[in-house]
Design a protein around this ligand. Sequence first.
Ligand code: ADP
Ligand code: MG
Length: 257
Amino acid sequence: MSKIIAIANQKGGVGKTTTSVNLGACLASLGKRVLIVDIDPQGNTTSGIGINKADVNYCIYDVLINEVHPKQAIADTIIPDLKIIPATIQLAGAEIELVPTMSREIRLKKALALVRNEFDYVLIDCPPSLGILTINSLTAADSVLIPIQCEYYALEGLSQLLNSIRLVQKHLNTSLQIEGVLLTMFDARTNLGIQVIEEVKKYFQQKVYQTVIPRNVRLSEAPSHGQSIITYDPKSKGAEVYLELAKEVISYEQAAR
Ligand code: ADP
Ligand code: MG
């Protein structure tokens, strides 16, 4: 059985892309077959995993708009069990181009149905908005993973995200679940981080992952080398915590069965 997880939060800079790349790479290193779908027009996941955008033949735009078979858009990475459907700046036009089209909210779901059985996990890296691309992701997904940055106003804007999730559950995807809430960029030197963790746990309770991602310079350096943390610096704290997270994700799935 494959599982499709949307990594979503309409706030930018909370760790969606970092989590998509590194959770994906760690799941693959634990023997899972993983597909990352980059659906953010900025394409940070695509370049962060070592794909040169100039070399991309078909990207997620072609899958959504031109009905290219997703298999044609799947690219290899340096990790054998980790594949990606890349995004290029072409995708920036998709929000507008999708508006007048038929079944615009279920395009990604339909496309992923053609390939999901070849993977254990499909991770969708969402853009920082609640527009049609994020709605497509929530509609295609079995569950949503919400990264929250440990900073002031951490919970701000989350009610809008939760509202979008409820609307999708009501109209487009009744079985959509919250996979988990991930605290990111934690700084143990400040009281603020600890306060935020308590606040988020009060709100989301057992949905919060035990693994908390600390600030780690190596995590922010890895994308400029086109690598995930486990190939860039496997001994770093960043590699250690994302591996822990991957094990936690796998264990919840086993427990649910
Ligand atoms: P989003 O995709 O939500 O916009 P990113 O994953 O791109 O967020 O993260 C925003 C910035 O913060 C990036 O420059 C990234 O390298 C950096 N970053 C993310 N997580 C960490 C972390 N745990 N430690 C240090 N830097 C991080
Ligand atoms: Mg991003």
